[in-house]
Design a protein around this ligand. Structure first.
Ligand SMILES: [Zn+2]
Length: 75
């Protein structure tokens, strides 16, 4: 296996909080979101999925657990 193939693919998506107050940008396994209604983020959180707005990308902070997990997987 090449070193490139061993690096798990992932994508980031801003997810609004259930209470409607802000949100968090989580990472998900796979090349891209395939339109499913829920997904499990890299941090193990079950999140509802929806097409994010431009403002979501700007204002939602990156999930520190997703970030740390992916960083730890780097070769
Ligand atoms: Zn996360």
């Amino acid at each position: 296996m090449s070193s490139e193939a061993r690096v798990a693919r992932h994508y980031w998506l801003p997810i609004p909080h259930a209470d409607g107050n802000g949100g968090t940008r989580h990472a998900f396994r796979g090349p891209r979101w395939l339109g499913t209604s829920t997904e499990t983020a890299v941090c193990s959180e079950e999140t509802p999925m929806a097409e994010p707005s431009e403002m979501d990308w700007i204002y939602y902070p990156t999930c520190p657990t997703c970030h740390a997990t992916l960083k730890a997987e780097l070769p």
